[in-house]
Design a protein around this ligand. Structure first.
Ligand code: GLN
Length: 616
Protein backbone atom coordinates (compact mmCIF):
# COMPACT_ATOMS: atom_id res chain seq x y z
CA UNK A 1 0.00 0.00 0.00
CA UNK A 2 1.36 3.46 -0.75
CA UNK A 3 0.16 6.81 0.44
CA UNK A 4 -2.21 7.22 -2.50
CA UNK A 5 -4.11 4.08 -1.44
CA UNK A 6 -4.57 5.22 2.11
CA UNK A 7 -8.25 5.68 2.92
CA UNK A 8 -9.14 9.36 2.69
CA UNK A 9 -9.22 11.42 5.87
CA UNK A 10 -12.49 12.67 7.27
CA UNK A 11 -11.85 16.33 7.84
CA UNK A 12 -13.98 19.17 9.23
CA UNK A 13 -17.37 17.83 8.27
CA UNK A 14 -17.08 14.90 10.68
CA UNK A 15 -17.81 15.12 14.37
CA UNK A 16 -14.32 14.04 15.39
CA UNK A 17 -12.63 16.10 12.67
CA UNK A 18 -14.31 19.20 14.08
CA UNK A 19 -13.46 18.24 17.61
CA UNK A 20 -9.77 17.93 16.68
CA UNK A 21 -9.77 21.23 14.82
CA UNK A 22 -11.18 23.01 17.87
CA UNK A 23 -8.67 21.27 20.09
CA UNK A 24 -5.77 22.34 17.87
CA UNK A 25 -6.93 25.93 17.65
CA UNK A 26 -7.48 26.14 21.44
CA UNK A 27 -4.16 24.60 22.34
CA UNK A 28 -2.16 26.58 19.76
CA UNK A 29 -2.21 29.34 22.37
CA UNK A 30 -0.14 27.13 24.64
CA UNK A 31 3.22 28.65 23.73
CA UNK A 32 5.53 27.18 26.31
CA UNK A 33 8.39 24.71 26.06
CA UNK A 34 11.53 24.48 23.93
CA UNK A 35 12.58 22.68 20.81
CA UNK A 36 15.20 19.96 21.42
CA UNK A 37 18.56 21.16 20.11
CA UNK A 38 20.95 18.54 21.46
CA UNK A 39 20.55 16.81 18.10
CA UNK A 40 21.36 19.94 16.03
CA UNK A 41 19.15 18.99 13.10
CA UNK A 42 16.07 18.78 15.39
CA UNK A 43 16.63 22.43 16.29
CA UNK A 44 15.40 23.38 12.81
CA UNK A 45 11.80 22.41 13.64
CA UNK A 46 9.07 25.04 13.31
CA UNK A 47 7.71 25.81 16.80
CA UNK A 48 4.28 26.70 15.41
CA UNK A 49 3.77 23.26 13.88
CA UNK A 50 0.92 21.44 15.59
CA UNK A 51 -0.91 18.43 14.15
CA UNK A 52 -3.16 15.69 15.45
CA UNK A 53 -4.47 12.48 13.86
CA UNK A 54 -6.66 9.64 15.00
CA UNK A 55 -7.00 6.28 13.29
CA UNK A 56 -9.88 4.14 14.52
CA UNK A 57 -9.92 0.36 14.75
CA UNK A 58 -12.11 0.34 11.62
CA UNK A 59 -9.41 2.24 9.73
CA UNK A 60 -11.11 5.63 9.64
CA UNK A 61 -8.86 8.65 10.06
CA UNK A 62 -9.47 12.10 11.45
CA UNK A 63 -6.91 14.86 11.49
CA UNK A 64 -6.32 18.53 12.12
CA UNK A 65 -3.50 21.09 11.99
CA UNK A 66 -0.10 20.42 10.41
CA UNK A 67 -0.72 16.71 10.61
CA UNK A 68 0.99 16.01 7.29
CA UNK A 69 4.39 17.32 8.38
CA UNK A 70 6.83 14.44 8.24
CA UNK A 71 9.22 14.42 11.17
CA UNK A 72 11.54 11.89 12.74
CA UNK A 73 9.88 9.41 15.01
CA UNK A 74 12.68 9.42 17.62
CA UNK A 75 11.84 7.53 20.81
CA UNK A 76 8.39 6.60 19.60
CA UNK A 77 10.26 3.96 17.60
CA UNK A 78 11.21 2.16 20.81
CA UNK A 79 8.00 0.23 21.54
CA UNK A 80 7.91 -1.13 17.98
CA UNK A 81 11.50 -2.37 18.03
CA UNK A 82 10.73 -3.94 21.40
CA UNK A 83 7.73 -5.72 19.88
CA UNK A 84 9.84 -7.01 17.02
CA UNK A 85 12.41 -8.37 19.47
CA UNK A 86 9.68 -10.06 21.52
CA UNK A 87 8.11 -11.67 18.46
CA UNK A 88 11.49 -12.77 17.17
CA UNK A 89 13.18 -14.03 20.35
CA UNK A 90 10.41 -14.50 22.91
CA UNK A 91 9.95 -12.92 26.30
CA UNK A 92 12.51 -14.98 28.14
CA UNK A 93 15.45 -14.05 25.93
CA UNK A 94 14.48 -10.40 25.79
CA UNK A 95 13.97 -10.16 29.56
CA UNK A 96 17.54 -11.33 30.11
CA UNK A 97 18.93 -8.09 28.77
CA UNK A 98 16.08 -5.60 29.28
CA UNK A 99 13.53 -5.51 32.10
CA UNK A 100 10.19 -3.75 32.52
CA UNK A 101 10.77 -1.47 35.53
CA UNK A 102 10.40 2.29 35.22
CA UNK A 103 13.59 4.18 36.03
CA UNK A 104 12.15 7.42 37.33
CA UNK A 105 15.15 8.97 35.58
CA UNK A 106 15.61 10.93 32.36
CA UNK A 107 15.31 9.05 29.09
CA UNK A 108 19.03 9.25 28.46
CA UNK A 109 20.17 8.49 32.01
CA UNK A 110 23.35 6.48 32.25
CA UNK A 111 21.94 3.86 34.60
CA UNK A 112 21.58 0.10 34.53
CA UNK A 113 19.58 -2.34 36.64
CA UNK A 114 22.69 -3.67 38.36
CA UNK A 115 20.89 -6.24 40.47
CA UNK A 116 19.76 -8.02 37.29
CA UNK A 117 22.56 -6.85 35.03
CA UNK A 118 20.23 -5.54 32.38
CA UNK A 119 18.71 -2.28 31.17
CA UNK A 120 15.72 -1.14 33.20
CA UNK A 121 13.16 -1.02 30.39
CA UNK A 122 12.97 -0.75 26.59
CA UNK A 123 11.44 2.76 26.58
CA UNK A 124 14.58 4.57 27.78
CA UNK A 125 17.72 4.84 25.69
CA UNK A 126 19.70 2.08 27.42
CA UNK A 127 16.89 -0.44 26.97
CA UNK A 128 16.25 0.68 23.41
CA UNK A 129 19.94 0.25 22.56
CA UNK A 130 19.84 -3.29 23.99
CA UNK A 131 16.74 -3.97 21.91
CA UNK A 132 18.49 -2.62 18.82
CA UNK A 133 21.43 -4.91 19.64
CA UNK A 134 19.07 -7.91 19.57
CA UNK A 135 17.84 -6.83 16.13
CA UNK A 136 21.24 -5.93 14.66
CA UNK A 137 22.10 -8.07 11.62
CA UNK A 138 25.48 -8.79 10.01
CA UNK A 139 25.56 -5.59 8.02
CA UNK A 140 24.06 -2.15 8.72
CA UNK A 141 22.23 -2.36 5.40
CA UNK A 142 20.44 -5.56 6.47
CA UNK A 143 19.53 -4.10 9.87
CA UNK A 144 18.22 -0.96 8.21
CA UNK A 145 16.17 -2.90 5.66
CA UNK A 146 14.54 -5.06 8.35
CA UNK A 147 13.81 -2.08 10.53
CA UNK A 148 12.31 -0.03 7.68
CA UNK A 149 10.23 -3.00 6.57
CA UNK A 150 8.81 -3.31 10.08
CA UNK A 151 7.93 0.38 10.39
CA UNK A 152 6.43 0.44 6.89
CA UNK A 153 4.17 -2.53 7.70
CA UNK A 154 3.09 -0.75 10.87
CA UNK A 155 2.29 2.50 9.03
CA UNK A 156 0.71 0.74 6.06
CA UNK A 157 3.00 2.47 3.56
CA UNK A 158 6.68 2.67 2.67
CA UNK A 159 8.63 4.89 5.10
CA UNK A 160 12.14 6.40 4.75
CA UNK A 161 14.94 7.63 6.92
CA UNK A 162 15.75 11.33 7.31
CA UNK A 163 19.47 11.11 6.57
CA UNK A 164 20.41 14.63 7.77
CA UNK A 165 18.86 13.89 11.18
CA UNK A 166 20.55 10.51 11.26
CA UNK A 167 23.97 12.06 10.51
CA UNK A 168 23.35 14.86 12.96
CA UNK A 169 22.65 12.40 15.75
CA UNK A 170 25.43 10.07 14.64
CA UNK A 171 27.93 12.91 14.97
CA UNK A 172 26.73 14.14 18.35
CA UNK A 173 25.27 11.06 20.06
CA UNK A 174 28.20 10.49 22.42
CA UNK A 175 25.97 10.05 25.42
CA UNK A 176 24.28 7.12 23.72
CA UNK A 177 27.73 5.77 22.86
CA UNK A 178 28.61 5.98 26.53
CA UNK A 179 25.48 4.03 27.45
CA UNK A 180 26.30 1.41 24.83
CA UNK A 181 29.88 0.99 26.05
CA UNK A 182 28.67 0.75 29.63
CA UNK A 183 26.52 -2.18 28.54
CA UNK A 184 29.42 -3.73 26.65
CA UNK A 185 31.38 -3.47 29.86
CA UNK A 186 28.57 -5.18 31.78
CA UNK A 187 28.43 -7.96 29.18
CA UNK A 188 24.84 -7.07 28.26
CA UNK A 189 25.65 -6.41 24.59
CA UNK A 190 28.39 -7.64 22.27
CA UNK A 191 31.46 -5.43 21.89
CA UNK A 192 30.34 -4.03 18.54
CA UNK A 193 28.27 -1.05 19.64
CA UNK A 194 28.87 0.95 16.46
CA UNK A 195 26.65 -1.34 14.40
CA UNK A 196 24.02 -1.29 17.13
CA UNK A 197 24.09 2.50 17.43
CA UNK A 198 23.86 2.83 13.67
CA UNK A 199 20.56 0.92 13.82
CA UNK A 200 19.38 2.82 16.90
CA UNK A 201 20.06 6.23 15.32
CA UNK A 202 18.38 5.12 12.11
CA UNK A 203 15.26 3.86 13.85
CA UNK A 204 15.01 7.26 15.57
CA UNK A 205 15.35 8.99 12.18
CA UNK A 206 12.45 7.27 10.42
CA UNK A 207 10.12 9.90 8.97
CA UNK A 208 6.43 9.76 9.88
CA UNK A 209 3.47 12.09 9.77
CA UNK A 210 0.69 12.09 12.36
CA UNK A 211 -1.44 9.66 10.33
CA UNK A 212 1.43 7.18 10.04
CA UNK A 213 1.96 7.30 13.75
CA UNK A 214 -1.74 7.10 14.58
CA UNK A 215 -1.99 4.02 12.34
CA UNK A 216 1.01 2.49 14.09
CA UNK A 217 -0.60 3.24 17.47
CA UNK A 218 -3.85 1.77 16.17
CA UNK A 219 -2.02 -1.42 15.25
CA UNK A 220 -1.24 -1.73 18.96
CA UNK A 221 -4.88 -0.94 19.77
CA UNK A 222 -5.96 -3.78 17.46
CA UNK A 223 -3.85 -6.48 19.08
CA UNK A 224 -1.21 -6.22 16.38
CA UNK A 225 -3.37 -5.91 13.26
CA UNK A 226 -2.68 -2.92 10.99
CA UNK A 227 -5.95 -0.97 10.54
CA UNK A 228 -5.49 -0.14 6.82
CA UNK A 229 -3.93 -3.31 5.46
CA UNK A 230 -5.33 -5.85 7.92
CA UNK A 231 -1.87 -7.37 8.28
CA UNK A 232 -1.06 -9.01 11.61
CA UNK A 233 2.25 -7.30 12.39
CA UNK A 234 2.64 -8.35 16.03
CA UNK A 235 1.06 -11.23 17.91
CA UNK A 236 -1.64 -10.28 20.43
CA UNK A 237 0.62 -11.37 23.32
CA UNK A 238 3.47 -9.19 22.12
CA UNK A 239 1.09 -6.28 21.64
CA UNK A 240 -0.11 -6.66 25.21
CA UNK A 241 3.50 -6.65 26.44
CA UNK A 242 4.34 -3.53 24.43
CA UNK A 243 1.32 -1.67 25.81
CA UNK A 244 2.14 -2.73 29.37
CA UNK A 245 5.61 -1.26 29.16
CA UNK A 246 4.32 1.86 27.44
CA UNK A 247 1.88 2.32 30.32
CA UNK A 248 4.52 2.14 33.02
CA UNK A 249 7.55 3.58 31.22
CA UNK A 250 6.42 5.31 28.02
CA UNK A 251 6.58 8.89 29.23
CA UNK A 252 10.03 8.80 30.86
CA UNK A 253 10.16 10.21 34.37
CA UNK A 254 6.64 11.62 33.93
CA UNK A 255 5.17 8.12 33.57
CA UNK A 256 3.44 7.95 36.96
CA UNK A 257 1.75 11.32 36.70
CA UNK A 258 0.81 10.52 33.08
CA UNK A 259 -1.05 7.35 34.01
CA UNK A 260 -2.70 9.23 36.85
CA UNK A 261 -3.85 12.07 34.59
CA UNK A 262 -4.39 10.49 31.19
CA UNK A 263 -4.43 6.75 31.79
CA UNK A 264 -3.48 5.57 28.31
CA UNK A 265 -0.45 3.63 27.15
CA UNK A 266 1.68 6.18 25.29
CA UNK A 267 5.15 7.00 24.02
CA UNK A 268 6.79 10.33 23.36
CA UNK A 269 9.89 11.37 21.42
CA UNK A 270 12.14 14.44 21.45
CA UNK A 271 11.04 15.54 17.99
CA UNK A 272 7.71 16.40 19.66
CA UNK A 273 5.70 13.35 18.69
CA UNK A 274 3.43 11.53 21.16
CA UNK A 275 1.37 8.51 20.35
CA UNK A 276 -1.34 7.19 22.64
CA UNK A 277 -3.35 3.99 22.38
CA UNK A 278 -6.94 3.33 23.41
CA UNK A 279 -6.87 -0.48 23.40
CA UNK A 280 -9.47 -1.96 21.11
CA UNK A 281 -10.56 1.44 19.85
CA UNK A 282 -8.02 3.78 18.30
CA UNK A 283 -4.54 5.20 17.95
CA UNK A 284 -3.84 8.90 18.47
CA UNK A 285 -0.75 10.85 17.36
CA UNK A 286 0.19 14.45 18.11
CA UNK A 287 3.06 16.52 16.77
CA UNK A 288 4.22 19.76 18.35
CA UNK A 289 7.97 20.25 18.85
CA UNK A 290 7.80 22.43 21.98
CA UNK A 291 8.99 20.18 24.82
CA UNK A 292 8.74 20.42 28.58
CA UNK A 293 11.71 19.84 30.89
CA UNK A 294 11.18 16.07 30.81
CA UNK A 295 11.31 15.96 27.00
CA UNK A 296 7.61 15.49 26.30
CA UNK A 297 5.64 17.66 23.85
CA UNK A 298 3.74 20.23 25.93
CA UNK A 299 0.77 20.46 23.56
CA UNK A 300 0.96 16.74 22.88
CA UNK A 301 0.39 15.98 26.54
CA UNK A 302 -2.45 18.46 26.70
CA UNK A 303 -4.15 16.97 23.62
CA UNK A 304 -4.01 13.50 25.15
CA UNK A 305 -5.21 14.74 28.51
CA UNK A 306 -8.20 16.55 27.02
CA UNK A 307 -9.08 13.76 24.62
CA UNK A 308 -9.01 11.11 27.36
CA UNK A 309 -11.01 13.32 29.70
CA UNK A 310 -13.62 14.46 27.16
CA UNK A 311 -14.42 10.94 26.03
CA UNK A 312 -13.82 9.09 29.32
CA UNK A 313 -11.02 6.94 27.90
CA UNK A 314 -8.79 6.52 30.97
CA UNK A 315 -8.19 2.77 31.09
CA UNK A 316 -8.88 2.70 34.82
CA UNK A 317 -12.21 4.48 34.34
CA UNK A 318 -13.67 1.83 32.09
CA UNK A 319 -17.45 1.93 32.34
CA UNK A 320 -18.43 -1.22 30.44
CA UNK A 321 -21.93 -2.24 31.40
CA UNK A 322 -22.57 -5.95 30.99
CA UNK A 323 -26.31 -5.32 31.47
CA UNK A 324 -27.05 -5.21 27.76
CA UNK A 325 -25.51 -8.59 26.97
CA UNK A 326 -28.84 -10.40 27.31
CA UNK A 327 -31.25 -9.06 24.71
CA UNK A 328 -34.27 -11.16 25.66
CA UNK A 329 -35.21 -14.48 27.15
CA UNK A 330 -38.23 -16.51 26.06
CA UNK A 331 -39.69 -19.97 26.45
CA UNK A 332 -41.46 -22.15 23.89
CA UNK A 333 -44.67 -20.87 25.44
CA UNK A 334 -44.22 -17.37 24.05
CA UNK A 335 -42.55 -18.35 20.82
CA UNK A 336 -43.47 -21.27 18.60
CA UNK A 337 -41.38 -22.69 15.81
CA UNK A 338 -42.46 -21.85 12.28
CA UNK A 339 -43.97 -25.29 12.03
CA UNK A 340 -47.78 -25.27 11.85
CA UNK A 341 -49.21 -27.69 14.38
CA UNK A 342 -52.58 -29.38 14.48
CA UNK A 343 -55.06 -28.44 17.18
CA UNK A 344 -54.22 -31.61 19.12
CA UNK A 345 -50.49 -30.94 18.86
CA UNK A 346 -50.90 -27.37 20.01
CA UNK A 347 -52.66 -28.50 23.13
CA UNK A 348 -49.72 -30.75 24.02
CA UNK A 349 -47.17 -28.02 23.28
CA UNK A 350 -49.01 -25.50 25.46
CA UNK A 351 -48.31 -27.66 28.49
CA UNK A 352 -44.61 -28.15 27.77
CA UNK A 353 -43.51 -24.70 26.57
CA UNK A 354 -41.66 -23.79 29.77
CA UNK A 355 -39.24 -26.67 29.27
CA UNK A 356 -37.50 -24.78 26.48
CA UNK A 357 -35.72 -21.53 27.21
CA UNK A 358 -33.82 -19.37 24.73
CA UNK A 359 -31.43 -16.63 25.83
CA UNK A 360 -30.60 -14.15 23.07
CA UNK A 361 -27.27 -12.39 23.47
CA UNK A 362 -25.99 -9.22 21.91
CA UNK A 363 -22.92 -6.97 21.72
CA UNK A 364 -19.37 -7.90 22.58
CA UNK A 365 -19.04 -10.78 25.05
CA UNK A 366 -16.28 -10.27 27.58
CA UNK A 367 -15.78 -11.57 31.09
CA UNK A 368 -18.49 -9.62 32.96
CA UNK A 369 -21.05 -10.06 30.17
CA UNK A 370 -20.33 -13.79 29.91
CA UNK A 371 -20.55 -14.17 33.67
CA UNK A 372 -24.03 -12.67 33.55
CA UNK A 373 -24.95 -15.05 30.75
CA UNK A 374 -23.59 -18.00 32.73
CA UNK A 375 -25.68 -17.02 35.71
CA UNK A 376 -28.84 -16.66 33.62
CA UNK A 377 -28.18 -19.95 31.85
CA UNK A 378 -27.75 -21.78 35.14
CA UNK A 379 -31.10 -20.41 36.28
CA UNK A 380 -32.74 -21.55 33.05
CA UNK A 381 -31.17 -25.00 33.36
CA UNK A 382 -32.99 -25.53 36.65
CA UNK A 383 -36.37 -25.14 34.99
CA UNK A 384 -35.93 -26.12 31.38
CA UNK A 385 -34.89 -29.31 29.64
CA UNK A 386 -33.46 -27.45 26.67
CA UNK A 387 -31.54 -24.19 26.99
CA UNK A 388 -30.41 -22.32 23.91
CA UNK A 389 -27.89 -19.48 23.80
CA UNK A 390 -28.52 -17.52 20.62
CA UNK A 391 -25.44 -15.64 19.40
CA UNK A 392 -26.94 -14.17 16.22
CA UNK A 393 -26.35 -10.62 17.43
CA UNK A 394 -23.03 -11.14 19.19
CA UNK A 395 -20.25 -9.05 17.67
CA UNK A 396 -17.23 -10.54 19.37
CA UNK A 397 -16.23 -12.99 22.07
CA UNK A 398 -12.98 -12.57 23.89
CA UNK A 399 -10.87 -15.33 25.39
CA UNK A 400 -12.33 -15.02 28.86
CA UNK A 401 -15.91 -15.14 27.59
CA UNK A 402 -15.14 -18.16 25.43
CA UNK A 403 -13.77 -19.96 28.43
CA UNK A 404 -16.90 -19.16 30.43
CA UNK A 405 -19.11 -20.46 27.60
CA UNK A 406 -17.09 -23.67 27.52
CA UNK A 407 -17.63 -24.09 31.26
CA UNK A 408 -21.36 -23.34 30.91
CA UNK A 409 -21.59 -26.06 28.27
CA UNK A 410 -20.00 -28.72 30.42
CA UNK A 411 -21.83 -27.76 33.59
CA UNK A 412 -25.28 -27.46 32.03
CA UNK A 413 -24.91 -30.77 30.26
CA UNK A 414 -24.31 -32.61 33.48
CA UNK A 415 -27.61 -31.29 34.78
CA UNK A 416 -30.06 -33.32 32.70
CA UNK A 417 -30.56 -30.32 30.47
CA UNK A 418 -29.64 -30.01 26.83
CA UNK A 419 -27.59 -26.99 26.03
CA UNK A 420 -27.22 -25.57 22.51
CA UNK A 421 -25.39 -22.59 21.09
CA UNK A 422 -27.12 -21.27 17.96
CA UNK A 423 -26.89 -18.43 15.45
CA UNK A 424 -23.11 -18.31 15.56
CA UNK A 425 -21.91 -15.58 13.17
CA UNK A 426 -19.42 -16.90 10.59
CA UNK A 427 -16.56 -14.86 11.96
CA UNK A 428 -16.90 -16.50 15.39
CA UNK A 429 -17.43 -20.06 14.19
CA UNK A 430 -13.84 -21.27 14.33
CA UNK A 431 -13.22 -19.88 17.82
CA UNK A 432 -16.42 -21.37 19.22
CA UNK A 433 -15.97 -24.73 17.57
CA UNK A 434 -12.53 -24.92 19.10
CA UNK A 435 -13.65 -23.84 22.57
CA UNK A 436 -16.69 -26.12 22.64
CA UNK A 437 -15.28 -29.14 20.85
CA UNK A 438 -13.16 -29.94 23.87
CA UNK A 439 -16.45 -30.62 25.49
CA UNK A 440 -18.90 -32.49 23.25
CA UNK A 441 -19.19 -29.64 20.76
CA UNK A 442 -21.31 -31.70 18.41
CA UNK A 443 -24.33 -31.69 20.69
CA UNK A 444 -23.81 -28.09 21.73
CA UNK A 445 -23.53 -26.98 18.12
CA UNK A 446 -26.18 -29.36 16.76
CA UNK A 447 -28.63 -26.66 15.65
CA UNK A 448 -27.60 -23.77 13.42
CA UNK A 449 -30.57 -21.63 14.47
CA UNK A 450 -32.80 -21.28 17.50
CA UNK A 451 -35.73 -21.93 15.17
CA UNK A 452 -34.37 -25.39 14.32
CA UNK A 453 -33.67 -26.16 17.99
CA UNK A 454 -37.20 -25.05 18.87
CA UNK A 455 -38.76 -27.20 16.18
CA UNK A 456 -36.74 -30.20 17.32
CA UNK A 457 -37.80 -29.54 20.91
CA UNK A 458 -41.46 -29.41 19.88
CA UNK A 459 -41.09 -32.60 17.85
CA UNK A 460 -39.52 -34.26 20.86
CA UNK A 461 -42.39 -33.23 23.11
CA UNK A 462 -45.00 -34.39 20.60
CA UNK A 463 -43.31 -37.71 19.92
CA UNK A 464 -42.94 -38.31 23.65
CA UNK A 465 -46.62 -37.62 24.19
CA UNK A 466 -47.69 -39.88 21.33
CA UNK A 467 -49.42 -36.92 19.66
CA UNK A 468 -47.46 -37.50 16.49
CA UNK A 469 -46.03 -40.71 15.27
CA UNK A 470 -43.08 -39.88 13.11
CA UNK A 471 -43.31 -42.04 10.00
CA UNK A 472 -47.04 -42.66 10.33
CA UNK A 473 -49.10 -42.06 7.24
CA UNK A 474 -51.96 -39.82 8.21
CA UNK A 475 -55.41 -40.79 7.01
CA UNK A 476 -57.59 -38.13 5.40
CA UNK A 477 -60.07 -38.33 8.26
CA UNK A 478 -57.30 -37.09 10.59
CA UNK A 479 -56.58 -33.95 8.60
CA UNK A 480 -57.61 -30.70 10.34
CA UNK A 481 -59.15 -29.39 7.15
CA UNK A 482 -61.54 -32.37 6.95
CA UNK A 483 -62.47 -32.39 10.64
CA UNK A 484 -66.20 -32.94 11.19
CA UNK A 485 -66.80 -34.97 8.03
CA UNK A 486 -68.31 -38.47 8.23
CA UNK A 487 -66.90 -41.69 6.67
CA UNK A 488 -68.98 -41.31 3.51
CA UNK A 489 -67.78 -37.77 2.94
CA UNK A 490 -64.19 -38.92 3.45
CA UNK A 491 -64.78 -41.65 0.89
CA UNK A 492 -65.86 -38.97 -1.60
CA UNK A 493 -62.67 -37.06 -0.90
CA UNK A 494 -60.50 -40.16 -1.16
CA UNK A 495 -61.82 -40.76 -4.63
CA UNK A 496 -60.91 -37.22 -5.65
CA UNK A 497 -57.37 -37.37 -4.22
CA UNK A 498 -54.13 -38.32 -5.95
CA UNK A 499 -51.18 -39.32 -3.79
CA UNK A 500 -47.58 -38.19 -4.50
CA UNK A 501 -44.20 -38.93 -2.92
CA UNK A 502 -41.35 -36.43 -2.76
CA UNK A 503 -37.70 -36.59 -1.77
CA UNK A 504 -35.90 -34.02 0.40
CA UNK A 505 -35.51 -30.74 -1.49
CA UNK A 506 -38.21 -31.45 -4.09
CA UNK A 507 -40.30 -28.44 -5.01
CA UNK A 508 -43.99 -29.19 -4.63
CA UNK A 509 -45.24 -25.66 -5.32
CA UNK A 510 -43.38 -22.75 -6.91
CA UNK A 511 -43.98 -19.10 -6.08
CA UNK A 512 -45.79 -17.29 -8.90
CA UNK A 513 -47.20 -20.42 -10.58
CA UNK A 514 -50.92 -20.85 -11.21
CA UNK A 515 -52.58 -22.47 -8.22
CA UNK A 516 -54.17 -25.69 -9.46
CA UNK A 517 -54.38 -27.93 -6.39
CA UNK A 518 -54.67 -28.05 -2.62
CA UNK A 519 -52.37 -30.43 -0.71
CA UNK A 520 -52.69 -32.32 2.54
CA UNK A 521 -49.51 -33.76 4.06
CA UNK A 522 -49.81 -37.46 4.83
CA UNK A 523 -46.26 -37.94 6.03
CA UNK A 524 -43.15 -35.81 6.56
CA UNK A 525 -42.62 -32.08 6.72
CA UNK A 526 -43.04 -29.49 3.97
CA UNK A 527 -41.30 -26.11 4.29
CA UNK A 528 -43.05 -23.01 3.03
CA UNK A 529 -40.53 -20.46 1.75
CA UNK A 530 -40.64 -17.09 0.06
CA UNK A 531 -38.05 -15.65 -2.32
CA UNK A 532 -35.69 -13.26 -0.51
CA UNK A 533 -32.77 -11.63 -2.30
CA UNK A 534 -31.00 -14.33 -4.24
CA UNK A 535 -32.23 -17.10 -1.89
CA UNK A 536 -35.34 -17.95 0.04
CA UNK A 537 -36.56 -17.59 3.57
CA UNK A 538 -38.49 -20.25 5.44
CA UNK A 539 -41.66 -18.70 6.81
CA UNK A 540 -43.51 -21.76 7.95
CA UNK A 541 -43.62 -25.53 7.81
CA UNK A 542 -46.46 -28.03 7.79
CA UNK A 543 -46.54 -31.65 8.85
CA UNK A 544 -48.82 -34.65 8.66
CA UNK A 545 -52.51 -33.79 8.85
CA UNK A 546 -52.07 -30.22 7.62
CA UNK A 547 -52.94 -28.55 4.37
CA UNK A 548 -50.89 -26.19 2.22
CA UNK A 549 -51.64 -24.37 -1.00
CA UNK A 550 -55.17 -24.08 0.36
CA UNK A 551 -55.48 -20.40 -0.47
CA UNK A 552 -55.99 -21.56 -4.05
CA UNK A 553 -59.38 -22.80 -2.95
CA UNK A 554 -60.37 -19.32 -1.96
CA UNK A 555 -58.91 -17.22 -4.71
CA UNK A 556 -57.58 -19.61 -7.36
CA UNK A 557 -54.84 -17.10 -8.02
CA UNK A 558 -51.07 -17.53 -8.20
CA UNK A 559 -48.89 -19.21 -5.60
CA UNK A 560 -47.67 -16.75 -2.97
CA UNK A 561 -44.89 -19.04 -1.69
CA UNK A 562 -42.85 -22.14 -2.48
CA UNK A 563 -43.48 -25.50 -0.84
CA UNK A 564 -40.40 -27.72 -0.53
CA UNK A 565 -40.14 -31.23 0.91
CA UNK A 566 -37.95 -31.13 4.06
CA UNK A 567 -37.35 -34.86 3.92
CA UNK A 568 -39.27 -37.79 2.47
CA UNK A 569 -42.83 -36.55 2.06
CA UNK A 570 -46.15 -38.05 1.01
CA UNK A 571 -49.00 -35.69 0.06
CA UNK A 572 -52.59 -36.03 -1.04
CA UNK A 573 -53.44 -33.52 -3.73
CA UNK A 574 -56.89 -32.27 -4.68
CA UNK A 575 -57.25 -30.55 -8.03
CA UNK A 576 -59.16 -27.27 -7.75
CA UNK A 577 -61.52 -28.54 -10.45
CA UNK A 578 -62.26 -31.66 -8.42
CA UNK A 579 -63.04 -29.54 -5.37
CA UNK A 580 -65.36 -27.35 -7.43
CA UNK A 581 -67.14 -30.49 -8.53
CA UNK A 582 -67.48 -31.64 -4.89
CA UNK A 583 -68.85 -28.19 -3.99
CA UNK A 584 -71.50 -28.66 -6.62
CA UNK A 585 -72.40 -32.29 -5.82
CA UNK A 586 -71.87 -32.23 -2.03
CA UNK A 587 -72.29 -28.65 -0.82
CA UNK A 588 -72.17 -29.66 2.88
CA UNK A 589 -68.66 -31.14 2.44
CA UNK A 590 -67.50 -27.89 0.92
CA UNK A 591 -69.08 -25.87 3.74
CA UNK A 592 -67.25 -27.92 6.40
CA UNK A 593 -63.94 -27.60 4.57
CA UNK A 594 -64.38 -23.83 4.23
CA UNK A 595 -65.23 -23.38 7.87
CA UNK A 596 -62.17 -25.47 8.90
CA UNK A 597 -60.06 -23.37 6.60
CA UNK A 598 -61.30 -20.12 8.08
CA UNK A 599 -60.64 -21.44 11.59
CA UNK A 600 -57.09 -22.43 10.70
CA UNK A 601 -56.40 -19.05 9.10
CA UNK A 602 -57.78 -17.20 12.12
CA UNK A 603 -55.72 -19.45 14.45
CA UNK A 604 -52.58 -18.56 12.57
CA UNK A 605 -53.40 -14.88 12.61
CA UNK A 606 -54.01 -15.03 16.33
CA UNK A 607 -50.68 -16.82 16.91
CA UNK A 608 -48.86 -14.26 14.74
CA UNK A 609 -50.46 -11.42 16.71
CA UNK A 610 -49.42 -13.02 19.99
CA UNK A 611 -45.81 -13.31 18.88
CA UNK A 612 -45.80 -9.68 17.81
CA UNK A 613 -47.18 -8.80 21.22
CA UNK A 614 -44.40 -10.73 22.96
CA UNK A 615 -41.64 -8.92 21.11
CA UNK A 616 -43.23 -5.53 20.78
N1 GLN B 1 17.34 9.78 19.27
C1 GLN B 1 17.04 10.30 20.55
C2 GLN B 1 18.14 10.02 21.55
O1 GLN B 1 18.60 8.92 21.62
C3 GLN B 1 15.75 9.72 21.03
C4 GLN B 1 15.39 10.24 22.38
C5 GLN B 1 13.99 10.58 22.54
O2 GLN B 1 13.22 10.73 21.59
N2 GLN B 1 13.59 10.74 23.78
O3 GLN B 1 18.55 10.87 22.27
Amino acid sequence: MNIADRPGPLLGSSVLGRYLETLVSDLSRLNIGDIATYIPQLGLADPTDFGVAIVTADGRQYKAGTCDRRVTIQSVSKPFMYGQALDQFGREVVLKSVGVEPTGERFNAIVLDEANNRAFNPMVNSGAIVTAALLTRDTPAQSEADMLALFSRLAGRQLDIDMPVFHSEHETGHRNRAIAWLMVNAGIIEPEPDKVLDLYFKQCSVLVDCTDLAAMACTLAKRGTQPFTGEQVFTPDTTRDILSVMTTCGMYDYAGQWVYDVGLPAKSGVSGMIMAVVPGQLGLAVYSPLLDSVGNSVRGIEVCRRFARDFGLHTCASALDPGGAIRRVYTAREVRSLRQRTVAERAVLDGAGALFEAVELTGPLYFAAAERVAHRTAEAAQRARTVVLDLTRVESIDKGALDILRRVASLTASESCRFHVTGIPDRLKADLAEALSAWNGTAVLAYPTTESALEAFEDGVLTGSGAIGIGDVMRLSQADIFKGLGPEDIAVLERAASTFSYAAGDRIITHGDDALAVYVVARGVVSITIPLGSGTRRISAVGAGQAFGEMAMLDGGRRSANAVASGAVICHAFAIDAIRQIAKDHPHIYAVILSNLVRSLSDRLRAANEQLGTFG
